[in-house]
Design a protein around this ligand. Structure first.
Ligand code: HPA
Length: 260
């Protein structure tokens, strides 16, 4: 039995959005909201990190019906890279076809400053973990070419242009956390071609692609990564800078769903 589907009733969102650290207030843009706390859904992973409310807001955004997840559980909370699998499976079982993943991230490029939005073009899994480890069957050899759907990316680029919001594009590297990176690690990430670093999203993308969902990813840059111009990131900074990007993220998503 899919408990989310039961709770949705006649509502039938086809897209889910997972809101990262401090982006929860983006859900205020959702009209006619139905609110479902994660704790109402058996087996749904509940985040234990501050800045993640832990509820689904279902309603209308820019003309589309969506399910907005305020917060995610992270692999660093438990060591389980597949921690979000039950959530993504439940979304799929409730009719979701597209997953939009958002996160807070550190910038590896001095030109991409705090407050910027970045469309994820590809990722590097630097965690040493994979959420599909231990799963059996040939379906687990999932292709991650074009994991971040090119058509959805085009739609976001068009939406950003229409809203006059600067949208950076680049590769996101997953570092397990919860400690931040060292400046030496950040220099390595710069060398291997990443533009942003964070502690989420990649395992969710892998799980979603395994389940056949389309994926898009957006990072809110909350800081320059460790050591860049002397940066010394903190969770406080992630939360306060993430909150400042809420307005842009709301507008970008609303325009994306309005079809630009
Ligand atoms: N590193 C990793 N994760 C992050 C950062 C960072 O600098 N900023 C926000 N999330």
């Amino acid at each position: 039995m899919n408990h989310l589907k039961l709770r949705l009733g006649r509502r039938a969102p086809k897209t889910a959005i997972i809101l990262g650290s401090s982006l929860g207030p983006v859900a205020a843009a959702v009209g006619d909201p139905l609110i479902i706390p994660y704790t109402d859904l058996p087996d749904f992973p509940v985040p234990r990190v501050s800045g993640h409310a832990g509820r689904i807001v279902v309603g209308r955004l820019g003309g589309a019906e969506v399910a907005v997840l305020q917060g995610r559980a992270h692999p660093y909370e438990s060591g389980n890279a597949a921690v979000m699998r039950p959530a993504i499976e439940m979304l799929k079982g409730a009719g979701i076809e597209t997953l939009i993943l958002t996160n807070a991230a550190g910038s590896l490029k001095p030109a991409i400053r705090a407050g910027s939005l970045m469309l994820i073009t590809d990722h590097i899994n630097y965690s040493g973990m994979n959420p599909l480890i231990g799963q059996h069957g040939d379906e687990n050899f999932v292709s991650l070419t074009d994991a971040y759907d090119p058509a959805l990316r085009k739609r976001f680029i068009a939406a950003a242009r229409a809203e006059d919001i600067a949208l950076e594009q680049g590769v996101y590297v997953w570092f397990s956390g919860p400690s931040f990176e060292t400046p030496a690690e950040i220099r390595m990430f710069q060398m291997i071609g990443a533009a942003a670093v964070g502690m989420s999203t990649v395992p969710e993308t892998i799980i979603a692609r395994r389940l056949g969902l389309k994926v898009a990813g957006l990072s809110v840059i909350t800081n320059l990564a460790a050591g860049i111009e002397g940066a010394n990131p903190s969770h406080e900074e992630t939360k306060s800078e993430g909150a400042k990007a809420v307005g842009h993220m709301k507008r970008l998503l609303a325009r994306y769903f309005a079809g630009t």
